[in-house]
Design a protein around this ligand. Structure first.
Ligand code: AMP
Length: 282
């Protein structure tokens, strides 16, 4: 596996054979099977599989979360090599945000900027879109592979691709879960063991909602789910049932519409997000 830390070097390498098609998975490291599943999709779709590890300061809205974010470069490299990743971009802040370059972008996020993650993590999506745009501009991938786990992020990246006319196709890979259903996340390793054991409640609540969707109305499912996710260890921020295409909130069941439940829950001091399809179009 080739590792590049600077923009000119990775660009020189990737441009050396322009006929090859590039599949790209951006990450912040602390890699787990979820990330690796996206790399496997990249490998299937393209000739060269590129990943990046960059903990982007501008998308963190809490200093402590940024400082404590897992940084385990050597272990990540081992996993990438085992999965067959071809090229890793591992830039410094100066490479991503050079002083003489204006990397800012202006995207109309619509309602997605104000609901769910947009509401509870002010500034997060602005920072995320800026860095993903910058990374796409450096790597010029044919395919960008992102996870359903962060569905609102993926939808916003798709909006950015459309609004800025970027020549890349977004592919969204399914969420990889632990055996008990907890969605894999780099932050899971920061959960206290007792909290980790109980964190399956998030998955169980989503499964309950998927069962309840044809029996109860949407508001009562949302209210009950918030109750199920509230106890001495857990505190939910939102449990929202949305149109899975637009992520716009839905207040009544419409036949033949893709529906999804999205949630964010504080598990002790760690904030976890997850989502699940409740109903899929026939
Ligand atoms: P992160 O390193 O958390 O920024 O995530 C990098 C990419 O991996 C994003 O596109 C995430 O949506 C995706 N991802 C994170 N967790 C999972 C998971 N459990 N299953 C599949 N993809 C994931």
């Amino acid at each position: 596996m080739k590792i590049f830390k600077t923009v000119p070097l990775i660009q020189q390498y990737l441009k050396s054979d322009k006929s090859l098609n590039i599949g790209y998975v951006p990450t912040m490291g602390g890699l787990h099977e979820g990330h690796l599943s996206l790399l496997k999709i990249a490998k299937r779709l393209s000739d060269i599989c590129v990943s990046s590890i960059y903990v982007n300061p501008s998308q963190f809205n809490e200093k402590e979360d940024f400082e404590k974010y897992p940084r385990v470069f050597e272990k990540d490299v081992e996993k990438l090599i085992k999965t067959g990743n071809d090229v890793l971009f591992y830039p410094t802040d100066e490479e991503v945000y050079p002083e003489n370059l204006d990397t800012s972008i202006d995207i109309d996020m619509g309602i997605l900027g104000d609901i769910m993650e947009g509401k509870y993590r002010p500034g997060h999506f602005e920072g995320m879109l800026e860095v993903v745009h910058r990374l796409i501009n450096i790597i010029h991938p044919d395919y960008l592979i992102m996870g359903q786990k962060d569905i609102q992020q993926a939808k916003l990246v798709d909006k950015m691709i459309a609004q800025l006319n970027l020549d890349v196709k977004l592919v969204v890979g399914p969420t990889t879960r632990e055996i008990d259903g907890l969605a894999m996340s780099s932050r899971n390793r920061r959960l206290k063991p007792e909290t980790r054991d109980k964190a399956t409640i998030i998955y169980q609540t989503l499964c309950w909602a998927a069962d309840a969707i044809h029996e109860q109305n949407i508001k009562s499912i949302e209210t009950k789910a918030m109750e199920m996710l509230t106890n001495e260890d857990f505190q939910p921020e939102y449990f929202q049932i949305v149109d899975a295409e637009t992520l716009h909130p839905v207040d009544q069941l419409i036949e033949n519409m893709n529906l999804m439940a999205c949630t964010a829950v504080w598990a002790g001091e760690i904030r976890l997000i997850d989502n699940m399809f409740l109903q899929k179009k026939l």
